[in-house]
Design a protein around this ligand. Sequence first.
Ligand SMILES: Cc1cc2nc3c(=O)[nH]c(=O)nc-3n(C[C@H](O)[C@H](O)[C@H](O)COP(=O)(O)O)c2cc1C
Length: 378
Amino acid sequence: MTKYSNLLSPLQVGELQLAHRVVMAPLTRMRSTQPGDVPNALNAEYYHQRATRGGLLISEATQISLQGKGYPAAPGIHSDAQVEGWKLVTEAVHAKGGFIFLQLWHVGRISHSSLHPEAGLPVSSSAIAPSDGSKTFTAEFRQVPYETPRALETAELPGIVADYVRAAEHAKAAGFDGVEIHSANGYLLDQFLEDGVNQRTDAYGGSIENRARLLLEVTDAVVGVWGKGRVGVRLSPFGTFAGISDSDPVALFTYVLAQLSERGVAYAHVIEPRSSGAGAGKEGYDGAPRTSHLFRKAFSGVLISAGGYTAEGAEETISNHDADAVAFGRLFIANPDLVERFREDAALNVPDRRTFYGGTAKGYTDYPTLAEVSAIAQ
Ligand SMILES: Cc1cc2nc3c(=O)[nH]c(=O)nc-3n(C[C@H](O)[C@H](O)[C@H](O)COP(=O)(O)O)c2cc1C
């Protein structure tokens, strides 16, 4: 008998029948093969370690185009070599009976032109650079101030939607079980949603309906590729990453979630602001999941909550019906057998943030399982 009976109970998510509600959150680890941002055998081993029968993993954010790339060695899904690389990952997850969604990513203004000299300046809804003092990565892993992005022309937006469609098709070819549209954490789609960045005067700026237009066009187009039962959307209503902000996040995200409900997508995935998400936040659960609680009624489908959860916090959130499933980030980095450890209510390895981004197997595939820990102890 497990202590976490709700967290470890089955759940239907779109077309997937999950065996439990412990989802692996999308986690950028910057370990794809260079040049070309191609997933490799080490990446496959990492996901294989974390897969469980009937469990859902969400891949690290994956650029849909070179223009959408924001971090060195983050993987892409715009070339044939990347599709082949991802096949290693999906096959490794499926071999354990798990499911994996690909997170579709365009970073917008968070990019740096050194990452894609051929694509020029980073793009955004408006020509406004993040002004919170944070920095971005160059192709050489140096941290530098942001460039001022170029505002996308209205006529370029169908091309952005087309890039999402091509990436969604590639994800299918690579053997994924579905896709998650990354509309959170201050990246491109969030830069259109939130009026702290979006100052446009065309049909994609101004009113909430206009600012949500690009995300909803992308969602409709990606649903056209995958079907609604295999598409999720990630949002961070109170996120502040790279200085993103909105004058009325409750109204904005209530509208967005209502629109996503109408479309019947597989799930909405919301991030609690109690964790910055980039590894700087507090470890562990520190209070009620306010975002999920607040937006629960705005979305009629499956709601996944993420940000600062322990198993106790997740169990409580699911029993209170504030969410249907919980995504774990840092705990999954450090515990390849996280689900097993929850089942046994066992102690957890502690994540080492020095090895979160970039590097090799160290801090990636070498965290011990419970069995390995007890073998060492004996
Ligand atoms: C190393 C690291 C990389 C992350 N990469 C992504 C990403 O690629 N996509 C995304 O939506 N969120 C990303 N996040 C945010 C996590 O998905 C998650 O929301 C956050 O870590 C809070 O959950 P936790 O407290 O369980 O770690 C990242 C977080 C960390 C620590």
